[in-house]
Write a protein that binds this ligand. Sequence first.
Ligand SMILES: O=C(O)CCC(=O)C(=O)O
Ligand SMILES: [Fe+2]
Length: 383
Amino acid sequence: MQVTQHPDRNRNSCVALKYNLPLKSTDLNQSTDKQRAAWPVSVCRQRFTAVQGLPEGGATNAAAEPDSDDEYIELPEAQHIIREANFGGDLVADLRAHFEKRLGNPLEASSERFCFDWWHVPDQYTLLRCPANVFFDAGLHERLVDALAEYGERVLGCRGISPLWLSVYVDGCKQEWHTDAPHGPFAFVLSLTHWEERRFSGGETMLLQPHVLDYWRSFDSSKGTETPQLVTHVPPQYGQLLVFDGRIPHGVRLVEGTRGNPLDGRVVLHGWFTQPQPFIAGALTSEEATPALNDCLETLYEELGTLPPAVGTVTVKLDVTGETGKVTDLAFLANTLVARPSGAADPEDVTQATLACIAQHLAAARFPTSPGHTAITIPLTFA
Ligand SMILES: O=C(O)CCC(=O)C(=O)O
Ligand SMILES: [Fe+2]
C-alpha cells in the first residue's frame, strides 16, 4: 500500500483524542449477518491482511500475502444513503393508525389536535411540523425512540437521537436545498406516507450526487447532464427508514395535489442520530477493555495524522475472543469518509488508506482475557 506523506498542515484530525468509554453496555448480540446485509461491502480497490497474519502489536506495513480470502478485510466504499424497508415491524402501522385517529375526523376539534406549526422560512422551508412527543402518546413515542436508538447504536455506532419531529407536507410544502451537519453525523426520515396510493406529485427526498460535489474531477465536455444525473430522489416508501449523510446538500421536492388534506399528504418522522461513541457488550466490562482500546487508538491517531485529510464518520465493530483477547473479526458498519482536496492525492486512495490504517490498528488490538466473547463498536469521527 502506497501512502504519500503529507506536510503537517494537511494532517488528518480525528476529533476525539481518547475516548472516555461510557459505562453503560448494551446487549448488541444481534445477528451480525443482518448488519452486513444492511451495509453491503463493495469490491475494494485495495485489500490487505488483517485479523490473521498481522505482526504482534499491529503493523501498517504488513505486506504478507494471505493464503485465502478469509484472511482479507474488504474496505467499504463510502455510503451516504441507506434505505431500510419495513422498519420497526408493527411500529409504523401503529404510528400511522394514531396519526389517522387524531386527524381523521376534522369535526373532533379537541384542543390536543392543534399542535402543528405551519413552518415557513421564505424560499427555504414550508411544511407542517410538530414535536413527535407532543403528537404521539407516551408509550408509542417511547417505542419509536427505542427502535431508532437501537438501530443507531447497532448499525451506526451512535448512542443518541435528537428530539423527533412529525412533519406533514400538503400542497405547497417543500424543503429547498440545505445541509444539517451540526445536528449529527446521520439524518433519518421514517415514512408514514402511503406512497403507492398517493395522489400528489413530488415529496421525494432529494440529495446531490457525490460527483456533483467534486464536479470538475469527472467533468466530461462530451456529455450533457440532467436532473437524474445530478440528484438522487428517494421516495418516502411507507415504513422506510432513510438514513443519510446530512452533510450532503438535500431537500424535499415540492408537494402538489393533496388538496390540503393532511391524510393524503407526505407524512414523515425525522431527526438525527447523534453522539457517536464506542460501546462494549459481552464478557469484558468497559473498565477492562478501555485501557487496551485507548492504547490502540493512540497509535492509530498518530498514524492517521500522517495521512492526507479526510472528513466523515467510520464505524467499526470488533469481535474479541475471551480466550486470548485477540480480535477475531472486524467489520465496517458505517462509512461516510470523503477525502478533502489536498495536493495530488487521488481521493479514493486517501479514503482507502485511511480505512486500511483503521482496520490494521484495530484488528491488532489486544484485550485482556475474559470468560467469553465481547463485541466492541467504535465510531471514528473525522472533522
Ligand atoms: O423529510 C425529508 O426527507 C428530509 C428532512 C430534512 O432534511 C430535514 O428535516 O432537515
Ligand atoms: Fe435536512
